[in-house]
Design a protein around this ligand. Structure first.
Ligand SMILES: CC(C)(COP(=O)(O)OP(=O)(O)OC[C@H]1O[C@@H](n2cnc3c(N)ncnc32)[C@H](O)[C@@H]1OP(=O)(O)O)[C@@H](O)C(=O)NCCC(=O)NCCS
Length: 301
């Protein structure tokens, strides 16, 4: 099972970074006493960080990070791709657990951010990591020298999506955005939350009276940030949508949104982009973006 980290994962994560076998592949083990001093009480509490649990024991971790432009490896104009990392305790190696957990993480990522590539980098001499990368559908982009060793840089594109895994993904917050037409505000919010959530949050949007198509000015404002919502189709709000969500964020649909106990309801007061040009929509986009970033921090930290 994949889940967010908790305080009880601390010993296993310290073990992971102190392990000489793991260290061989990641530039050296870290001194245990230093880890004991520096690892936070709840380690790895950040977007993109999963622990892998098997029968109640923490056996490894999987990370997705946005790749920074000056990271070693190919210089790509689209730096910022999701970067996959995997580290498992040696006693869990050789049993297929890493493959199963990574497949679960990747298939969930692909559902949340369809079409977004995922990259990974490992030492070319790291046979296990290379076999795992191939099993997961990564193909070589290039090899390069860094950190005193040959590095392998691979990419997994959407068409190579692995089949859905048996492993369960739990504790994923589900967020539903609702506005009247599901054409502007809720579409922008959903796209921004998918982007910033990096697959850590399940996102839906719907409208009480869905429009025929997405608002072109909203699509243009997001296109300026490299996000494409032109293929989205406004959809009618259903009771099931609300039932399936943990957080329901309304944006001007008032009391047409059904209310269930146990859900968290928020109402974001936003200007309506309907009928407005891109100059008027940009500040609405920026406002939604600020709120979405705050929501990501709140849900995942
Ligand atoms: C990289 C790493 C995660 C790979 O772990 P792994 O256990 O070898 O990977 P898998 O889960 O794919 O297991 C594959 C092995 O399990 C075996 N296996 C046994 N039972 C299995 C089952 N039921 N299903 C699938 N495979 C099974 C496979 O035959 C395969 O064995 P082989 O490697 O001898 O061919 C692990 O070695 C690791 O954490 N290394 C240190 C950190 C690291 O190097 N990270 C990468 C840096 S980016």
């Amino acid at each position: 099972m994949l889940r967010q980290s908790e305080a009880r994962d601390r010993p296993a994560l310290i073990e992971l970074f102190a392990s000489p076998e793991v260290g061989t592949h990641i530039g050296g083990a870290q001194p245990r006493d230093e880890l004991e001093r520096t690892v936070p009480e709840v380690p790895g509490r950040r977007p993109g960080f999963f622990v892998v649990e098997l029968d109640g024991a923490t056996i490894g971790m999987i990370t997705f990070d946005r790749r920074v432009a000056d990271a070693p490896g190919p210089v790509r104009p689209d730096a910022g791709e999701a970067w996959l990392g995997y580290l498992f305790l040696p006693e869990a190696w050789g049993r297929g657990y890493a493959a199963e957990a990574c497949e679960a993480a990747l298939s969930w990522f692909a559902d949340a951010l369809p079409g977004e590539p995922v990259v990974l980098c490992t030492q070319a001499a790291n046979d296990r990591a290379m076999r795992l990368a191939a099993k997961l559908g990564f193909t070589e982009v290039e090899r390069f020298e860094a950190f005193g060793a040959e590095q392998w840089f691979g990419e997994r594109v959407w068409s190579a999506a692995p089949t859905r895994s048996r492993a369960a993904v739990s504790d994923i917050p589900e967020v539903l955005f609702v506005c009247v037409h599901n054409a502007g505000r809720s579409q922008m919010a959903a796209a921004l939350l998918q982007h910033h959530g990096m697959g850590r949050i399940a996102v839906r949007s719907a409208g009480s009276e869905p429009a025929e198509e997405v608002n072109p000015a909203a699509a243009a404002a997001l296109a300026e940030w490299g996000l494409d919502i032109t293929a989205e189709v406004p959809s009618k709000l259903t009771t099931e949508d609300v039932e399936a969500s943990d957080v329901v964020i309304t944006m001007g649909c008032g009391d047409t949104c059904p209310v269930f106990p146990g859900k968290r309801y928020l109402d974001w007061q936003l200007d309506d982009p309907a009928g407005q040009g891109i100059d008027a929509v940009r500040p609405i986009r920026d406002d939604i973006d600020r709120r979405v970033r705050g929501l990501v921090a709140e849900l995942l930290d």
